[in-house]
Design a protein around this ligand. Structure first.
Ligand code: ZZB
Length: 266
């Protein structure tokens, strides 16, 4: 599986857990794995799982000019793909070998191409530990899971309070129309969540159905409403936008190795 890694820069003041990095000149990024780089205009926040273990490590190749935050497992994969100074070796930041997702929630971020100058790290309880980087950038206009999780946070003040998320980090953020799909409109994920009456991020089956449909339609029939590929089909825009982001140092390619299937019966 080939993903695009999107680099969301952590803004100062850093969250308490990352304070030791404030004296470091290197930029710090949450790195999110996405299959849809052309949707980055619609980012409204970034999701982390409160109970997943992340790690801060040196990246940027031989010069180690950057610090990435992602799951330990994905850091290991990255170390074989030219991200670390030494092939196959992850060099964690001292004291930040393990960072729990909840220790980063509320962090302010700068997300490349986003309509919003500043977005926040928010909790999502359905993030999988063994997929991508465990960091998910949120595009509620076109990703049903992202919309459902954002609506949960908007509607449920106790949920925000549980994770120390303030109103300002959630309430001002609305899905941004970035892709038009015939019959679905310009907020396809919102349309599908309403059509299937999805009430929360935990409605797994309905969300899977919504995602499949939006993926298919959005990718093959969608037309870009914003950005340098405005007016073009999303399928054509994807590569162009990915390459442009990589050239600007805002993204990288990342390959996830196939999972080994371990069978008991041999
Ligand atoms: C931005 C985006 C915009 C995404 C969109 C989707 C959509 P798949 O097909 O199941 O492999 N993702 C990445 N990592 C994780 C994780 N660890 N746990 C849960 N979700 C994760 O899904 C890949 C997509 O799932 C990625 O692409 C990411 O969300 C999310 F408009 O990034 B995407 C219709 C979907 N639209």
């Amino acid at each position: 599986q080939e993903y695009t890694l999107i680099k969301l820069r952590v803004l100062k003041p850093y969250p308490a857990k990352l304070k030791s990095l404030e004296a470091d000149a290197r930029p710090v990024f949450l790195v999110a794995a996405t299959l849809r780089p052309e949707t980055m205009y619609g980012q409204t926040n970034c999701y982390l799982h409160p109970d997943i273990k992340y790690s801060a490590f040196y990246a940027g190749g031989a010069k180690e000019g950057e610090i990435f935050i992602a799951t330990t497992r994905s850091a290991r994969n990255m170390s074989y793909q030219g991200f670390s100074a030494e092939d196959g070796k992850v060099k964690a930041v001292s004291g930040l070998e393990t960072v729990m997702g909840h220790e980063l929630l509320g962090a302010a971020l700068s997300a490349p191409l986003s309509h919003y100058d500043k977005v926040y790290a928010l909790p999502m309880l359905t993030i999988k530990d063994d997929k991508g980087t465990g960091v998910v950038t949120s595009v509620p206009s076109d990703a049903p899971d992202d919309y459902a999780a954002l609506m949960d946070l908007k509607r449920k003040k106790p949920l925000r309070e549980k994770y120390g998320i303030t109103d300002e980090m959630v309430l001002p953020f609305e899905p941004v129309p970035i892709i038009d799909i015939a019959d679905y409109g310009n907020l396809a994920a919102v349309f599908m969540c309403e059509k299937l009456k999805i009430q929360s991020q935990n409605e797994k089956d309905k969300l899977e159905e919504a995602k499949k449909e939006v993926y298919l339609k959005g990718f093959y029939e969608g037309v870009m409403l914003v950005g340098e590929c405005k007016g073009q089909k999303t399928a054509d825009a994807k590569k162009i936008i990915q390459e442009r982001m990589i050239a600007k140092g805002e993204a990288c390619k990342y390959v996830e190795p196939e999972k080994k299937v371990i069978s008991r019966s041999g």
